[in-house]
Ligand binder design. Sequence first.
Ligand code: ADP
Ligand code: MG
Length: 259
Amino acid sequence: MLVINNVTKLFGGIIANHDISFRFEKGNIVGLIGPNGAGKSTLLNMVSSVFPPSKGEILFEGERIDQLPAFRMAPLGISRTFQNLQIFKQMSVLENVMVGHHAKKKSGIFQAALRLSQSRKDEKDIYEQAIKHIKFVGLENEMELQAGNLSLGKLRLLELARALCSEPKLLLLDEIAAGLNHKETREMSDLIQKVKDIGIAVLLVEHDMDMVMKICDHIIVLDQGEKIAEGTPEEVQNNERVITAYLGEEVEETAEEAS
Ligand code: ADP
Ligand code: MG
């Protein structure tokens, strides 16, 4: 379904991703983990064509996608959420989700938002699709609320509903559980498994190790731009290089807390 071939990304002198390769089969939840600054978001940004790789190629269902503009992704079947929420706070939950469906046909989320009030053509269809996905994530009681009034947990559900609205084959989630409490994280895990059950593949960047180990079929580990390990949750947990990379991060965090 997704093939990453020797992908490198440079930002000036920074090597954010170095020579990364992996394959991703249909029907899986794949976790992309690693310490802060490892290059996880950068890789996700390339798979969703936010920017192209400096070197290497990315194929989706056999087709090169690494040079395509971002607005071509949703029609192809790739959809995503962002580490920094991209919500229209003045709009209702329903309107925010409807924008996701427009995004499938038109350019980006922002252009779609501008066009929302103008285009009435497939309005009913889009409305029904939006309701379906709002129910899927369990936000039906908040549908008419202004998005700006939602809790973080519900905003993340809203982002998920919107990403699902373009009916993707591959869903990319960038730290969708960041800042959520235990209960919300557990509910998010269940929801991601429900997404898998309806046949959508998920590539998940996540910091919460319990969540990753519980729901991922396969895990890829990055550290300082390099892929240092890949395998089942159990294989990755017992990998020396992975343990060392994470110990380094814990030492840094402890030092930060102490200062
Ligand atoms: P992660 O998501 O694993 O925390 P990122 O992919 O965000 O890591 O970042 C990897 C490295 O690339 C970091 O050193 C970061 O500062 C750098 N980086 C990421 N995006 C940009 C950008 N748009 N411009 C310049 N440097 C960037
Ligand atoms: Mg990131």
